[in-house]
Design a protein around this ligand. Sequence first.
Ligand code: GDP
Ligand code: ZN
Length: 361
Amino acid sequence: MNSTNSLNSFGYHPFFESYFNEYAEQGYSVGRVAIENKTNYLLYSEFGELTAEISGKMFYNIDGKADFPVVGDWVVFRAIPEEKKAIIEYVLPRRSKFSRKVPGSKTDEQVIASNIDVLFIMTSLNADLNLRRIERYLTLAWDSESEPVIILSKSDLCDITDELKTEIENIAPGVHVHIISSIKQQGLDTVKKYFEGNKTIAIVGSSGVGKSTLINTLLGYERLKVNDIMDYKDKGVHTTVRRELIILPNGGLIIDTPGMRELQMWEGSDGIGATFEDIEELIKKCKFKDCKHESEPGCAVNEALENGTLEEDRYYSYLKLKREIGYFERKHNQKAINAEKKRWKKIHMQAKEHMKFKGRS
Ligand code: GDP
Ligand code: ZN
């Protein structure tokens, strides 16, 4: 495999080449970010996988969060092949990017992943269709400049697939909609076509719709679960950590980062008021401010549920979305995370002491 060939298999494109040319003349190399871990990166390159850091000069010139490399980026670097290392100097312009505002800041942008050609918006055929959620994902895709494709999963659990497909096509004019079953291996050839030409794809959709199953099916093996990843904070990018830019055996790439998985919920957090405005309005009418809508007197939610003006299903999906958002907000509360880490460290130390003690006796 020559070097352009290997770069192509990572999704290299004339767009990036046109920007890289001037750097190539100066002896730089180009590679793609496969893992981002604060100040450490793992790159795919013509030298194989390299652990990388950004140069002092680049760090000095950085304006805002959006200038740091993220998974999917093409970066210009100085290679130290004998040490399997690289020093990153520049991020090449992005063809597409998913970003969100940094919490608490009005202007700073945080890029979550970049250079995604196609966004698969996945929703499962055996659950309630949430057209509003699909619309939100479509907005996300258009904003990012990637092409949205809607994937309806778990067709083996649904008898009215065509009706649902039509319903979705009506709110998404011009967007391709495909029906698949990973378990029954149906519709997968259509999905695979999107990877042709070493395209990069990301999958969004609620938890449980079958994203991981599809990735594993395309890969042909089980990928490490998020929970199995060890903390590699102080060790640089550890080589056994799972790649977040996944190269498929038959060509094409998938970006699967925690940030992309959570994106939907952050968006949900803004959109929940609009999507469930009727329920939020009802809640304001409850007699007690802290009403839990259980058995409190004067509860407007219960009243609406009883007289049928609020559908039970709708109320449950509202509660479910609320719970999911709460979960991600808790997860992003750094203080809580640190406290939890401290607690585990203590437990770990105690366990070690205990083992030592046992070893002696
Ligand atoms: P994720 O949270 O979106 O990554 O969803 P998973 O891939 O973990 O799938 C959630 C559950 O749905 C698992 O129990 C899968 O086995 C199941 N599942 C995934 N794809 C299919 C499918 O095509 N048909 C059926 N019947 N179940 C599926
Ligand atoms: Zn109430």
